[in-house]
Ligand binder design. Structure first.
Ligand SMILES: Cc1cn([C@@H]2O[C@H](COP(=O)(O)OP(=O)(O)OP(=O)(O)O)[C@@H](O)[C@H]2O)c(=O)[nH]c1=O
Length: 668
């Protein structure tokens, strides 16, 4: 990941470090950050046994520290910070989490457990971005990540340990040592970020700020960001309003006692003078605020973590050279070139996929251009160009022995996503992009001028005719469309199905669930759940072609029209990639029907691309809107407000880092 300037982006903002650690203060001041220190009152008492991995505990503690300060400041300090940074450092060895020792004996116990061994130091970091609104409400956006560093201690004698403990250094430090001072003597090696051990992973923090404020753009960046950050635990998207493990759930807002994780929907906090008497614990703080807050004012904030694949940049920065000239930065030039050439890359991918190049090279790797040309019935010259272009795009690998022609094989990427029969095959969707989306986009200028879709220009038929054609006239067109939906559902299904704890639901109905690909992912992920796929009769009939070999009898199909017919009864309704396609009136009809079919406590799981709240990304959603379907793209808040008008309260929002995001709502 290319790191862009970040500290300067915070100039003029009220940045608050929610930590009493002198080391964090020093690390951040040395980096040139200007900030205030407001130590958190959050007590580090979360039940460690409730976390699956130690870093989750550190991240959750960091979040609670930062949120406590973010919520307290408007009342106690009478000012709202722009961003609050919280952190928590822990040491783990032999499955134990070591925090600061409570006394010398405790320090001895910790240090002797580290002697002669390698251990991990995790620092969880939370960045809370506060948005104060005109009505004095404050919205919080939460970003969090963690960093792990491995440290190996030498074998330490008891004398050495006690001499070190008696220096007094261990007492305010996780694991009972300070690597930056006397404790450095104990250490044989460090693998990873040294500052992370000291208490703050500065480099990862800057990368996170870069994502938040600069939104890195080149495809190379996107890849390395997702790899690096997911490797080291960035972007946990836990909902901030959930009580952390170990803290009590609030029952008064609980829409369903079965689902305790959705029990605390209080998020936007409205300032009132009467609310200044608050408990020190952040969760209790939320509770006490909610007591004073009118239920209608009590809304949600969303954990709108920015997706890793940020939009490609719109701003070109010009460097001023020593001579005062302006010079285009290399990466900016590359950015523009990538944008200009983007359509060529897409079309090369579509064409190679349509001509079955990837399937061919999977069954017969090592063919040269002439051999591929013969198999796909194309010219040698054209095929050679296509194969070389695919190599440059990372879709194929070429090998060449001296004096021989290059031969080609698939890369891992193409084997994973581009083969017809790969479990995560996107081939069906790629074909849809080529055959349907591409012609629409070639009339984009007209679409922009007219504000309407271009089906008629692109296909000689109006949108409605096209729909009819797709579904009722041509079997082949129908299959192609279903194949596209099937491939997307297979790739996104698991992420959507596992986004929430759905154990309290026994029956679900996937509305417009097409081939059932998503439904199967739900039954796979939730052993107690049965799913009914509800779709048009023609779709249900054709869905036979897509049934997995070993069908799961917890998935069944019912034919009907969700705008007209009665919906099958279920505890949970799933709407995946449905709403964005329909105009407001139709959306309203559908949501009313679902609301009528639901009793209190029933769920609605909505899955779409959620636009960022400021509508600056992700590009995927904004570009999709350009095809001008009758519907529109919306943010999580917009969807949430829409659902609220139909009686659904948003319990969780999750940005999955897959192609679709998800929102779980509960019928009040
Ligand atoms: C391993 C190690 C840790 N530390 C310090 O250990 C404290 C951890 O405790 P915390 O709970 O994360 O933070 P805190 O000090 O209680 O502050 P706060 O953020 O207010 O909770 C932090 O200080 C760190 O620097 C060092 O200074 N050097 C080291 O080598």
């Amino acid at each position: 990941m290319v790191l862009n300037p970040v500290i300067s982006k915070l100039a003029g903002k009220l940045v608050v470090l929610a930590s009493a650690s002198p080391r964090r203060l020093e690390i951040l001041s040395n980096a040139g950050l200007r900030f205030e220190v407001v130590p958190s009152w959050f007590k580090e008492t979360l039940d460690k046994g409730l976390f699956k991995a130690p870093h989750e505990y550190a991240v959750e503690t960091a979040k609670q520290k930062a949120l406590e300060v973010a919520r307290r400041m408007p009342f106690k300090h009478l000012k709202t910070p722009d961003i609050v940074i919280g952190a928590d450092t822990i040491v783990t060895v032999d499955g134990m989490i070591l925090e600061k020792p409570v006394d010398k004996e405790d320090a001895y116990r910790m240090l002797s457990s580290l002697s002669g061994k390698e251990h991990s130091v995790f620092t969880g970091v939370a960045i809370v971005v506060c948005h104060e609104k005109e009505n004095e409400e404050v919205d919080y956006q939460l970003f969090d990540f963690y960093e792990e560093t491995k440290v190996k201690f030498a074998d330490l004698s008891d004398n050495m340990l006690w001499e070190y403990i008696n220096s007094g250094e261990p007492m305010d430090k996780a694991g009972g040592y300070g690597i930056q001072a006397l404790g450095g003597m104990l250490v044989e090696y460090v693998h990873g970020d040294f500052l992370n051990v000291v208490g703050f992973p500065l480099n990862h923090f800057c990368k996170q700020l870069d994502l938040i404020y600069n939104r890195c753009t080149s495809s190379a960046d996107q890849e390395s960001v997702s790899v690096r950050l997911s490797h080291n635990g960035s972007h946990a998207t836990t909902i901030v309003t959930q009580p952390p493990p170990g803290l009590p759930a609030q029952s008064s807002h609980s829409p369903s006692s079965k689902n305790s994780s959705s029990a605390n929907p209080v998020h936007k906090v409205k300032r009132k003078s009467s609310e200044s008497e608050v408990d020190e614990s952040s969760w209790m703080l939320v509770n006490s605020l909610s007591k004073h807050t009118d239920a209608r004012e009590a809304e949600f904030i969303y954990n709108t973590t920015l997706p890793l694949t940020a939009s490609r940049g719109q701003v070109i920065e010009l460097n001023v050279t020593e001579h005062g000239d302006t010079e285009l930065k290399k990466e900016d030039l590359q950015r523009i070139i990538d944008l200009m050439d983007g359509f060529k890359s897409s079309k090369a991918l579509f064409t190679a996929s349509k001509m079955c190049v990837f399937d061919l090279l999977q069954s017969r790797p090592g063919l040269d251009a002439a051999q591929v040309a013969q198999e796909i019935k194309a010219s040698v010259k054209g095929t050679a160009c296509l194969l070389e272009a695919c190599v440059s795009l990372g879709l194929l690998k070429s090998k060449q022995r001296a004096c021989q022609k290059p031969v080609y094989e698939n890369t891992d990427l193409s084997s994973r996503f581009l083969l017809s029969d790969a479990p995560s095959s996107l081939r069906g969707y790629i074909q849809h992009c080529n055959d349907t989306v591409w012609p629409l986009f070639s009339h984009l200028e007209s679409a922009v001028r007219e504000g309407a879709n271009q089906h008629e220009k692109a296909f000689g038929k109006t949108s409605k005719d096209m729909f009819q054609d797709t579904f009722y006239n041509s079997q082949e067109a129908k299959l192609r469309f279903m194949n596209a939906m099937h491939s997307i559902a297979k790739v996104t299904g698991r992420a959507v199905a596992t986004a929430f704890d759905l154990s309290s639901f026994k029956t679900a109905c996937d509305l417009g669930g097409c081939t059932g690909a998503m439904a199967y992912e739900f039954t796979k992920a939730h052993p107690g759940l049965s799913v009914t796929v509800f779709d048009l009769p023609a779709v249900v009939e054709m869905s036979e072609h897509f049934r997995p070999l070993h069908t799961d009898n917890r998935v069944s199909f019912v034919a009907g029209d969700f705008f007209k017919d009665e919906l099958p009864k279920a505890d949970l309704y799933i709407l995946a990639r449905i709403l964005h396609d329909w105009p407001d009136e139709k959306v309203c009809i559908l949501l009313s029907k679902i609301a009528n079919a639901c009793t209190a406590g029933c769920g609605l799981l909505l899955s779409e691309i959620f636009l960022d709240e400021d509508r600056r990304g992700p590009s995927r959603g904004l570009l999709q809107a350009l095809s001008m379907s009758e519907g529109k793209q919306s943010s999580a808040t917009e969807y949430s407000l829409l659902l609220k008008t139909h009686g659904f309260i948003t319990a969780h929002v999750r940005h999955t880092d897959n192609l679709l995001d998800a929102m779980l709502c509960i019928k009040a």
